[in-house]
Structure formats: structure tokens, C-alpha cells
Write a protein that binds this ligand. Structure first.
Ligand code: ADP
Ligand code: MG
Length: 660
């Protein structure tokens, strides 16, 4: 046994040597079961150790954060004395209560005993309660369910207004004339919660914006995000708090509205988060990274003889001299009123001259990686207090062979990076925002994401946000549109044919909740697993449906228009419009659920003669997007004129006013 172990060790050593010598003659070694188990155990121990270390690190940061919060809170209350004053005031009130509280303390659960010591004098107890209230150390409360909630799913005798199907089937209600006198069948078809939240984001105040509105807003602006750390974007300049001078500069430049990249990146930058931003040229990237950067610089002391020994506060790298100059011009325009000094390192000038400028003290340095590296190597430049780095057009920098230089520069910067762990990084960002601590912020912009850029991001970015304007790589949505002119009775069989010949995940859209439910039952009969998604389902049920569909446990999602916007599921193979949508916008949004992230998708729309209101716009859209227009649609009279533009000689349908 021992001999076998020695042999294995020797073999291991030999292998290690081969690896060190860079030889490629590495041969797999065969280990006994015991050796494998020992190895596994060692690995597990090591992993455990790493985990413990990580947790300790997070605990330390959390401790600092809590300490910091308590300081902020006591500041906002005034000072410790004020806390005492509040205590004194409350003391008299609580004196009578404290006795009974002490009594109760004996019965508190083991859960809360950890945070609230049982034996405390009245004052400490009060202090603890204040801390609990302000520092979020709230003890867990047991949730008591009301009987009505508890038995809600067991006994439900109540009719929900939305279950009234008379609206769908009774012709009297179908053609109801509503108060304004306008026919509003389309509105009645909508789900009630859609009606409630039917206001477009443009009509809502900031406080009224719900997560779903933000999702739709991002979709309308073509803003794609990844990960859960991305803050809400801004719709207008007044939705973000910027220093006054900066706001004036934006106004003077006549930037009436932020561009989509600015809408999303500015809040990220202001929160001191790292990010990768993917956006095409001309989309306003420079201001997108300069606005948060100037906000940051405006909080720092102006560089003087002493401070400037540690180098500039911020660094922007661009792949070409002209780009660096353009960025500086934009910086100068935006930073007016702050007296921030920028300097562009470009070829052609004498290095000594550049050193002279650097020695005078500058807040921000802009340049190409090659030049910056030269100056660093010759010690003309140091980056000891550079806490904000922007890599502009990172893919171009890689193409031009700057990868090594960029690595060299980023490795020379000595400021502290944030933690890799998202929770820890979040706390550090908050500390940085409050001016308590300094952490390095790194922003990377690129038009594409080649593997080298990803490598760069992995190495130098921390818990970063990923955002992209349009699909990364600038690829257009790749959807093949098929239109099936069909009659109502043939829809079911055609659907089954499509499902049999296409791969999941598939989304099927129908116009009414009732149809969605019927379709689901039908598909179940044929052995398909599907979920439904419409307005009569609770939020929880809807989330569960989407979750099941996203995780590929469920093949088919059957939905009303509620799912046509803001629902982000990747890799949907096909969208089937079992009922054609009412208008072209809904058509675009529904079919846009497929063909995402550079993958090709198929969209099939069942079109009957009763959908003629859509014919004209649909035909135009198909022609514009280079899709096939089936002859039945192309030749249909309804596809040749916009609905509503009825010639005058056609008699108007008699209007029937119904009594209610
Ligand atoms: P990119 O770096 O994405 O190619 P730039 O930052 O160079 O784009 O900006 C392109 C042009 O758009 C510049 O002339 C800039 O002044 C202008 N611009 C930037 N932001 C706005 C805005 N919010 N509104 C109007 N024009 C803008
Ligand atoms: Mg640019």
C-alpha cells in the first residue's frame, strides 16, 4: 500500500516536472480509489477553507458598513447626546412598560435571543430597540395568517369579476357602447391588470413606475441588461441628481434628452458600479462615461504640489490619438465651471514636456495605451490614486495589439479594487458613494465582445453590470415571419402540426384568457407540457410560469398580450400567434420574443378574415423587413388601404345604441 502511494507520488512529481518544463507529453495517471478519495477530501477541505475566508471577508466588510450606517444615523439625529435625549424622553413613557417587557423577554424565541440579550437595563434595551429600528436589525416577526388568507385556496365561493364570460360570449355585451359613445371592444378584451397599468411609461411619474414599466421602457429604448444589479435607467435628465454646473453644461450643449446608453449607464456610474457597455458608434458613449466621472471628480480636492505626486485621479484609455482628443474636448465642454485639468498624452510631443505637465498636477489623464505605458515605465507617470478608469473602444484596442499594454497599465494602478463577491461589492460601493472609503471603478466600453475583451473584464472589473444597446454585436433580430391565412376551425389542427414539427421553447399567443385556458387543456390532452400566463393569474402564479418556462422545465408558454412586452426569455425557438394581434405594435412585440441574442427564430401568425384591420400594416411591415408576403394577403382588398379610410360612397353601418 505504502509502496503504491510512493509510486503515485513519484508519478505526480514527474508529471509536475513535465508541466513545468512545458512539455506536452503529459500522460494521465491512474490513481487507486483511496488516493482519489484522499484527493477529493483535500480538495473539499481547501474549498471549505476558501469559503470560510470569503465569509470572514464579507463579515468584516458588513461590520464596517454597519458601523458606518450607525455613524450616519447618529449624525442625522445630531449626535450621541441627541440619542440620549430621545432616550430620556422615552424613558418616562417606557418605565411602566419596561416591567412587562422584561417579563416578555423571558419568553422570546431563541431566534431573537441572539440579538437581544435577555438581561438588559431599561436604557440599553431602548438603545437596542433604536438600533433595531434604524440599523435594520429587526427581529423576525412571526407571520400570522388571517383565516381568510389561510383558507383562501380551499374555500373560494367568491366570483371574480374577470371570470364573467358573458362579455366574451353574449353579443349584447360584445357590442356594448361605453359612456364616451365609442366602441371599445379592444379595451374590454384586455386583462384587468393590463387596464390598471395600461398607462404607458411616458405618462407615468417616476414614483408610479413599476418594474414592468421599466422593462417595457428598456425594451422600447433597446436597452438590454444582464444580471440583477443594474439600477433603473433615467428617462429624462431631471430624474438624476447631478451637480449644478454639470447640469448647466448639459443644457448649454443642448443635450435635450439622454441617449439610451446614457439613460442606463449614468445611474450605474453614479452608484460606483463597474460596467461593460456595448453600444454602436455615435450613440453618445463619451458623455455616458464622462458625466458620472465628472460628478466624482467634483467631490475631490483640487490637485496641488503635494497631491499630484501620486498622479491623476482618473484615467481614460482610447485606441487612437484622435479619439483621445475628442474625449478631452467633450470632457472640457461638460466640466466647465469645475476647473478640472485634463491632459492628453499623444505622440509627437517631447516626453520631457509631457512630464512637465504631469508634474504640474492634473485631475484626469486621457491617452492611448502605448504612450501611457511608456511614461509609466520611465517613471514619468505614477498611478497611485487613480480610482476611476475608462477603457473606451476596448475591442479596437485589442485589434490594434494594445492588450499587453492595457494589462501593464491596469496592473500598475495601486488603488484598491472592490470585492469579487456581489454582496460585498455592493456594500463597498455604498461606502464609496458616502465618501467613507475609496474603491476603484472600472468602465469598459466596446462595440463587440470578443473573448479577449471578456478576459480583460474578468480580470479587472468587479461584480460588473452588463448593458448593451441593441443585441450585442449589433446583430439585428433574426426572425422568419410566416403568415398562415386560415379559418378559425382549422387553427387547432394547424397548431398541432406546428408543435409536432418544431422544437421548444415555444410561446403561443391568444387574445383572450378563456382561449388561453382552452388551448392549454387541449395541448395537455395531446401530451404537451405547457403553462398559461394571463391577467387572471396571480403575480406568484405568473412568476412561477415564467420561471418554469425559462428553466426549460416547461416547453410551451400560452399567453395573452400581457407577455408580449417586457418578458425576457432567451432562446425561444418559435412564437405562434394563434390569434392575430390587434395592431402592428403588438405584432412586433409578440414576435420579438424569438430571434433574440443572435439566434434565429420563427414566428407563425394565423390570420383570418376577421383580422382584416391588421392586414394593411402587416403587409407594409413584412415588405419593409424583407419577409415573404403570402399572395392571399397581398391581394386582399383590406391590405390595400389603411383601416378607417373607408371611401365615402360606402354606406356606414347602422349604429345601434343599446340601453343598459
Ligand atoms: P460614441 O462615443 O458613442 O461614438 P460620442 O460620444 O462621440 O458617441 O457622441 C456622438 C455625438 O453625439 C457627439 O457629437 C455628442 O456631442 C453628441 N451627443 C452626446 N450625447 C448627446 C445627447 N444626450 N443629446 C444630443 N447629442 C448628444
Ligand atoms: Mg466614442
Amino acid at each position: 500500500m505504502i509502496a503504491a502511494e510512493e509510486l503515485a507520488e513519484e508519478q505526480q512529481e514527474h508529471n509536475n516536472q513535465l508541466i513545468q518544463n512545458g512539455k506536452s507529453t503529459f500522460k494521465p495517471q491512474f490513481l487507486s480509489k483511496q488516493q482519489r478519495e484522499e484527493q477529493k477530501q483535500k480538495q473539499e477541505e481547501q474549498q471549505h477553507k476558501q469559503q470560510v475566508e470569503k465569509q470572514q471577508q464579507i463579515a468584516q466588510i458588513r461590520k464596517e458598513y454597519i458601523h458606518f450606517r450607525s455613524k450616519v444615523i447618529s449624525n442625522s439625529l445630531g449626535d450621541d447626546q441627541k440619542v440620549r435625549q430621545i432616550l430620556e424622553k422615552r424613558k418616562s413613557k417606557s418605565r411602566s412598560r419596561s416591567k412587562s417587557k422584561e417579563k416578555n423577554n423571558r419568553y422570546i424565541t431563541s431566534n431573537t435571543r441572539a440579538t437581544v440579550p435577555v438581561k438588559m437595563d431599561g436604557e440599553n434595551q431602548e438603545l437596542m430597540h433604536i438600533k433595531m429600528q434604524y440599523l435594520g436589525l429587526n427581529k423576525e416577526k412571526k407571520k400570522i395568517l388571517k383565516p381568510s388568507e389561510k383558507f383562501k385556496n380551499i374555500f373560494n365561493f367568491e366570483w371574480d369579476a374577470t371570470e364573467d364570460t358573458s362579455i366574451d360570449f353574449n353579443p349584447l355585451y360584445m357590442n356594448r357602447i361605453i359612456a364616451s359613445g365609442l366602441h371599445s371592444k379592444a379595451q374590454e378584451d384586455k386583462d384587468p391588470d393590463q387596464l390598471l397599468s395600461s398607462d404607458h411609461w411616458s405618462k407615468k411619474s417616476l414614483g408610479q413606475m413599476q418594474p414592468r414599466d421599466w422593462r417595457i421602457f428598456r425594451e422600447d429604448m433597446d436597452i438590454i441588461i444582464k444580471g440583477g444589479r443594474v439600477p433603473n435607467p433615467i428617462r429624462e435628465w431631471n430624474e438624476v441628481q447631478l451637480p449644478k454646473n454639470l447640469m448647466n453644461s448639459i443644457r448649454n450643449l443642448n443635450y435635450v434628452k439622454p441617449t439610451p446608453i446614457q439613460m442606463q449607464t449614468i445611474p450605474i456610474g453614479l452608484e460606483r458600479k463597474d460596467m461593460i457597455g456595448i453600444a454602436p458608434t455615435g450613440s453618445g458613449k463619451s458623455a455616458a462615461f464622462l458625466i458620472p466621472l465628472i460628478t466624482y471628480l467634483s467631490t475631490l480636492p483640487k490637485q496641488d504640489d503635494k497631491i499630484c505626486k501620486d498622479g491623476p485621479y482618473a484615467l481614460i484609455m482610447a485606441p487612437a490619438r484622435e479619439l483621445a482628443i475628442q474625449i478631452e474636448a467633450e470632457f472640457q465642454k461638460l466640466s466647465q465651471g469645475y476647473n478640472l485639468r485634463s491632459f492628453v498624452i499623444v505622440g509627437g510631443r517631447k516626453e520631457e514636456e509631457q512630464e512637465f505637465h504631469l508634474k504640474k498636477g492634473i485631475e484626469i489623464l486621457i491617452g492611448t495605451p502605448g504612450r501611457i505605458k511608456d511614461l509609466l515605465m520611465k517613471k514619468y507617470l505614477v498611478l497611485e490614486q487613480c480610482s476611476w478608469i475608462v477603457l473606451d473602444e476596448a475591442d479596437k484596442m485589442i485589434d490594434l495589439g494594445f492588450e499587453q499594454d492595457v494589462n501593464y497599465i491596469l496592473d500598475s494602478i495601486t488603488t484598491q479594487m472592490k470585492s469579487e463577491d456581489e454582496i460585498a461589492a455592493e456594500l463597498e460601493e455604498k461606502l464609496a458613494q458616502a465618501g467613507e472609503r475609496q474603491y476603484r471603478v472600472t468602465h469598459l466600453f466596446s462595440a463587440t465582445m470578443p473573448p479577449q475583451v471578456e478576459k480583460l473584464a474578468k480580470r479587472y472589473l468587479r461584480a460588473f453590470c452588463f448593458i448593451s444597446i441593441g443585441e450585442p454585436g449589433g446583430g439585428k433580430k433574426d426572425i422568419e415571419q410566416k403568415i398562415d391565412m386560415i379559418n378559425e376551425a382549422a387553427k387547432k389542427n394547424r397548431l398541432l402540426q406546428l408543435l409536432a414539427s418544431n422544437k421548444p421553447p415555444i410561446i403561443i399567443f391568444a387574445n383572450q384568457k378563456k382561449s388561453v385556458e382552452i388551448l392549454s387543456k387541449t395541448l395537455e390532452k395531446y401530451g404537451y407540457n405547457s403553462v398559461v400566463y394571463h391577467g387572471s393569474k396571480t403575480q406568484q402564479q405568473r412568476e412561477a410560469a415564467v420561471e418554469g418556462f425559462k428553466s426549460k422545465k416547461i416547453d410551451i408558454l400560452i399567453a395573452t398580450d400581457l407577455a408580449s412586452r417586457g418578458l425576457h426569455v432567451e432562446g425561444v425557438q418559435m412564437v405562434i400567434n394563434f390569434d392575430a394581434p390587434k395592431n402592428i405594435q403588438d405584432f412586433i412585440h409578440r414576435t420579438g420574443r424569438t430571434g433574440r441574442a443572435g439566434k434565429r427564430g420563427l414566428a407563425v401568425t394565423f390570420l383570418t378574415n376577421s383580422d382584416s384591420d391588421l392586414f394593411y400594416d402587416l403587409k407594409e411591415y413584412l415588405i419593409k423587413s424583407g419577409q415573404n408576403v403570402p399572395p392571399e394577403l397581398a391581394q386582399h382588398t383590406a391590405s390595400n388601404q389603411k383601416p378607417g379610410s373607408v371611401p365615402d360612397n360606402v354606406p356606414r353601418r347602422k349604429q345601434v345604441i343599446l340601453a343598459h
